[in-house]
Design a protein around this ligand. Structure first.
Ligand code: KIV
Length: 315
């Protein structure tokens, strides 16, 4: 069957009639000078909010190891865990480009193994592109040949934390900046569709952005990139740690959630939740029968009365 002009195909739109963001669309945005907004998401509800807010690219980042799973760094998260979260995000998203982060170890061995793992993200989780860290030029070429769009990631690459000796701004010397620039060009030439630049001086990111035809998406890389990405939990203050310099907090979800949870606990402790109007009731005759039921009776509620229990509505 030909998919040309097939209205429901993901390249032209979706069942809701919303134009889908694609990898080529991101390059077009760069050409038109339109900034690209990107954010991480790891589950259905946040992905829905992020997508409905009009964010262009949603990354199921391996940062989920830290912000969702409570691990110290991103190294331990597995392919199966990333697939599980990518599926949840994919179910929620109508418009944004869904990019799955390939976790540490899933593309560091033979290239064929990296390609096979990337195929799983597309086939089993519905990812529309994968992100890989570092100057893995040959792998990018192979993935592109295998029809898998790639977002490359250079600069502070968190999966290299042990080699880097911590999370440090990269490309601070002429030599390392030149290397980063050369790597960026090589990845673009190999077919990467976009490049995340993390933790690099503004001037270096600006130069690379000006030179590449593909869009750069910055995080801690200054305002001159073609787009910006943040970790969702940083944006809304759900990280339980002081934010990095480049993070801007747009909401205080920790305070909002904490207050709601404490109010709920207090209401339960003071018998103020649930109220009578938040309870289900028997119809009048059955109510009377239950109230007047002798203590040792195991009488069953009749079928009319059961109806009220069976219909768990919103109100
Ligand atoms: O895993 C992640 O969240 C990332 C960043 C680019 C946001 O890789």
């Amino acid at each position: 069957m030909s998919l040309t002009n097939f209205p429901g195909s993901s390249s032209s739109g979706n069942s809701a009639g919303i134009p889908k963001v694609t990898m080529p669309a991101l390059s077009e945005m760069k050409r038109q000078g339109k900034p690209i907004s990107a954010l991480t998401a790891y589950d259905y509800s946040t992905a829905r909010l992020v997508d409905e807010a009009g964010i262009d690219l949603i990354l199921v980042g391996d940062s989920l190891a830290q912000v969702v799973l409570g691990q110290d760094n991103t190294l331990a998260v597995t392919v199966d865990e990333m697939l599980h979260h990518t599926r949840a995000v994919r179910r929620a998203v109508r418009r944004a480009l869904v990019v799955a982060d390939m976790p540490f170890g899933s593309y560091h061995g033979p290239i064929a193994e990296g390609v096979a793992n990337a195929v799983r993200f597309v086939k089993e989780a519905g990812a529309e592109a994968v992100k890989i860290e570092g100057p893995r030029v040959e792998l990018v070429r192979e993935l592109t040949d295998a029809e898998i769009p790639v977002v490359a990631h250079l600069g502070l690459t968190p999966q290299s934390v042990n080699r880097m000796g911590g999370y440090r701004v990269q490309a601070r010397t002429n030599e390392s900046a030149a290397r980063l620039r050369a790597d960026a060009h090589a990845l673009a030439e190999a077919g990467a569709g976009a490049l995340v630049l993390e933790g690099v001086p503004r001037e270096v990111a600006a130069r690379i952005t000006a030179e590449l035809a593909i869009p750069t998406i910055g995080i801690g890389a200054g305002p001159d990139c073609d787009g910006q990405i943040l970790v969702f939990h940083d944006l809304v203050n759900l990280t339980f740690a002081p934010p990095a310099k480049f993070v801007r907090r747009y909401a205080d979800a920790a305070t909002l959630f904490r207050t709601a949870i404490e109010r709920y606990r207090e209401d339960v402790e003071h018998h103020a939740f649930p109220s009578d109007s938040e309870s289900y009731h028997l119809p009048a005759p059955a109510r009377k029968a239950v109230i007047e039921m002798p203590d040792d009776s195991d009488a069953v509620v009749n079928s009319d009365a059961r109806q009220d229990f069976d219909e768990f509505g919103a109100a």
